[in-house]
Design a protein around this ligand. Structure first.
Ligand code: NAD
Ligand code: ZN
Length: 342
């Protein structure tokens, strides 16, 4: 089969012919139809220090996908060939304290699809059935392909109550864009998206942000005055990984406010802990999804009118993977989709 492979340490990915993956009795073989490109894939392709530490080539990359079940293991009873499915990209151990308590998202032995095991940028992928999500018939295939990052957005945006609250989304990359849509859907009053890139700011408005701000031009304090806010932001969704942006957000929160931090910084970020103490703030780190509670919420929010499709801005065949990766890297894009069927 065709697959996009990190063949050796160093920059680049190669489209290769590789053997079809083998499967066990608890596994599901999936014909991949569409995939989304994630920042993680860009890091692996460019071979940054994180990738050099983490990735053991040869590795098929990619973890955002939708496909069709081809084959089920003998222990699998609740899926059939032809079912449309996506996969939760974090494969957990099932044996640690948290797994045994049902808190799979806290498993410290998590193995990442397309990071620590062969991934989904291929014509086929094999996953344990416990990681497979069965979509409802007729779901938009492109939206189904990005359930994994949509789940990051949902888990972060719903970490704290947003009904009637003023929400600041820091960083309108694909995940921040979807989080803005979710916060609005969940009843926030203001959803302010702070983003230096003009293309993404405009996209944030289309996704449901009520206001946008260019942090290089307008301080958050001015934004609050412009909106007539008197308390500061109740909920901050940190989706940039940018040190200055995180500190700025911290300084503009309401007393008792909460910050959910998804953005991954490249270095340590010094913050004013005094502000956290005296303003009685809550900071929460978010990694991945709350597994299938998040997947359930994603499905029902889409079925109740949430529309995340504007986040998808570019489409390519897998054969044009270099152009697809360039579009994702450019910043003038939302989600970039690669098709594995045409
Ligand atoms: P992205 O890199 O496309 O988005 C980050 C955005 O932040 C960009 O649009 C960038 O222009 C913007 N930004 C840069 N400086 C800023 C500033 N000073 N103020 C406001 N915005 C600024 O990434 P993404 O795919 O949307 O993911 C968002 C973040 O979440 C990334 O840091 C990514 O690494 C991280 N991530 C975390 C998890 C997790 O499980 N914790 C999962 C996936 C991605
Ligand atoms: Zn575990």
């Amino acid at each position: 089969m065709k697959a996009l492979v990190k063949t050796a340490p160093g920059p680049g990915l190669e489209l290769c012919d590789v053997p079809e993956p083998t499967m066990g009795i608890d596994d599901v073989r999936i014909r991949v139809r569409r995939t989304g490109i994630c920042g993680t894939d860009l890091h692996i392709a460019s071979w940054d220090p994180w990738a050099a530490r983490t990735i053991k080539p040869p590795l098929i990359v990619g973890h955002e996908f939708v496909g069709e079940v081809l084959e089920i293991g003998s222990n699998v009873h609740d899926l059939q060939p032809g079912d449309v499915v996506s996969g939760e990209g974090h494969v957990v151990c099932g044996r640690c304290r948290h797994c045994r308590a049902g808190r799979y998202n806290l498993c410290a032995n998590t193995v990442g699809l397309g990071v620590n095991r062969d991934g989904a940028f291929a014509e086929q992928v094999v996953l344990p059935v416990t990681n497979v999500w069965h979509h409802w018939p007729g779901i938009d295939e492109e939206v189904a392909a990005i359930f994994d990052p949509f789940g990051n957005a949902v888990h972060t945006a719903l970490s704290f109550p947003v009904l009637g609250e003023d929400v600041l989304v820091v960083g309108a990359g694909p995940i921040g864009l979807m989080a803005a849509a979710v916060a609005r859907h969940a009843g926030a009053r203001f959803v302010v998206a702070s983003e230096p890139n003009a293309f993404r700011r405009e996209l944030a408005l289309r996704m449901g942000a009520t206001h946008i701000v260019d942090p290089t031009k307008e301080p958050l304090g001015d934004v609050q005055r412009r909106l007539g806010m008197v308390e500061g932001f109740d909920v901050v969704l940190e989706m940039s990984g940018n040190p200055a942006a995180l500190r700025d957000a911290l300084a503009n929160m309401a007393h008792g406010g909460s910050m959910a931090i998804l953005g991954i910084p490249t270095d340590e970020i010094p913050i004013d802990v005094g502000t956290v103490v005296f303003n009685q703030l809550t900071l929460r780190g978010i990694y991945g999804r709350e597994m299938f509670e998040t997947w359930y919420k994603m499905a029902v929010m889409l079925q109740s009118g949430l529309d995340i499709s504007p986040v998808i801005t570019h489409r390519f065949s897998y054969r044009d993977h270099e152009a697809a990766f360039a579009a994702a890297r450019s910043g003038d894009s939302g989600k970039v989709i690669m098709s594995w069927v045409d």
